[in-house]
Design a protein around this ligand. Structure first.
Ligand SMILES: Cc1ncc(COP(=O)(O)O)c(C=O)c1O
Length: 359
């Protein structure tokens, strides 16, 4: 067991360093004078530095409003190297990045080519072009709907902005996205004042009862209701605020000890009591299946949730409009299994930052 843990950590470390090298390689390729804008460099820089040294150091070092001169780009690259090098003591010993790099001089296309919008592609987005990511994601949603004989209008995209700074959220808002998913009340509370008040929020992370007042105030839906006790607290806060609160019931279909969520039987048993809380509007079910590199392994869990929704509808004697299934790695399978709401973070925004600067 110890040996396994050791090997796992070693592999993770190597993967992490390889990604850092890929960031720098991408940056070098983006050095073509014709196509590379300051925004591209700044995004590369943010990605490259957020996982290593001082956060956003490179972004600060690069002017972000105009096309960069060669000298400015060179200075930016130097700064990035300075941030990354301490974390790469054995850079020369690493195998070359597996992803083939595009020819230089097509920075925007690089974003498309390097994004993850091909089935079976690399797992982590290095792309700095949110619009390209969104377009590719929509194409993939449409193709999945086509396969499942569904109308794409029946699938709502919930961009997950956990670990993303407010400026990234505003960029997404400029592309027409208006409802976002956040995992932590504290993070949402810090970001909200820095974002447009026209934006809407879904709480998708585990919620503690002492955070319910803020969650009810800030959110338009709470997707992570996993006990009657929590539901009663949300109801109490909604009552005090004289508002109705749309909720989703989170289900731990695989019974993973590390995850929150109702076990299916417990949910069915508590459903009448949940339904009696008149300030709560039960919208549907939500789940996060066990993590796997193979999206197909999520399928049985998604199918189980769809069946459970049917059983809930019988008890409630009313249809439930939503099944919140699918994240970056498995949303296509989720759509095929009936998801009406996919929660996508990494595929749209790239890797999350560990600490989001909101000052
Ligand atoms: C409940 C939930 N849904 C969706 C996501 C988004 O995941 P991904 O970045 O894989 O799209 C997260 C991210 O942590 C999450 O916690």
């Amino acid at each position: 067991m110890t040996q396994l843990v050791h090997e796992y950590r070693g592999a993770k470390q190597q993967q992490h360093r390889r990604r850092q090298i890929e960031d720098v390689q991408c940056l070098i390729h983006s050095f073509n004078k014709d196509a590379c804008t300051a925004g591209n460099i700044a995004e590369h820089t943010a990605t490259a530095t957020s996982e290593t040294g001082p956060p956003l150091r490179g972004r600060d070092a690069v002017p972000a409003s105009s096309t960069l001169s060669s000298m400015e780009r060179l200075r930016g690259l130097k700064t990035i190297w300075a941030g990354i090098m301490p974390a790469l003591p054995t850079i020369a010993s690493f195998p070359p990045a597996s992803r083939s790099l595009p020819p230089p001089g097509r920075c925007q296309d690089t974003a498309r080519q390097n994004s993850l919008f091909t089935t079976g592609g690399p797992r982590y987005v290095r792309s700095m072009d949110l619009e390209a990511n969104l377009n590719s994601l929509r194409e993939r949603i449409a193709r999945a709907c086509d396969r499942a004989g569904r109308d794409p209008a029946t699938v709502t995209l919930l961009p997950v902005t956990k670990g993303q700074p407010p400026e990234r959220i505003l960029e997404a808002a400029r592309l027409g996205l208006t409802t976002f998913g956040e995992s932590k009340v504290q993070e949402l509370k810090a970001k909200c004042p820095l974002c447009s008040n026209r934006l809407r929020w879904h709480m998708i992370g585990h919620l503690q009862t002492n955070k319910c007042r803020d969650a009810v105030q800030l959110c338009d839906a709470i997707q992570s209701v996993d006990s009657l006790h929590l539901a009663q607290e949300i109801h109490k806060r909604a009552e005090a605020a004289a508002k109705s609160m749309p909720i989703f019931l989170e289900v731990n279909v695989a019974g993973e000890a590390s995850k929150s969520g109702y076990r299916p039987d417990a949910l069915l048993a508590e459903l009448p009591a949940l339904n009696s809380l008149r300030r709560l509007e039960i919208q549907g079910l939500m789940t996060v299946p066990p993590w796997s590199t193979d999206p197909a392994r999520s399928r049985p869990f998604f199918a189980q949730l769809r069946e459970l929704k049917g059983r809930c509808e019988v008890i409630l004697d009313a249809p439930l409009p939503h099944l919140s299934l699918g994240m970056s790695d498995d949303f296509e399978v989720a759509i095929e299994e009936g998801s009406t709401l996919i929660r996508i973070g990494t595929l749209l925004f790239g890797p999350r930052q560990h600490t989001v600067q909101v000052t």
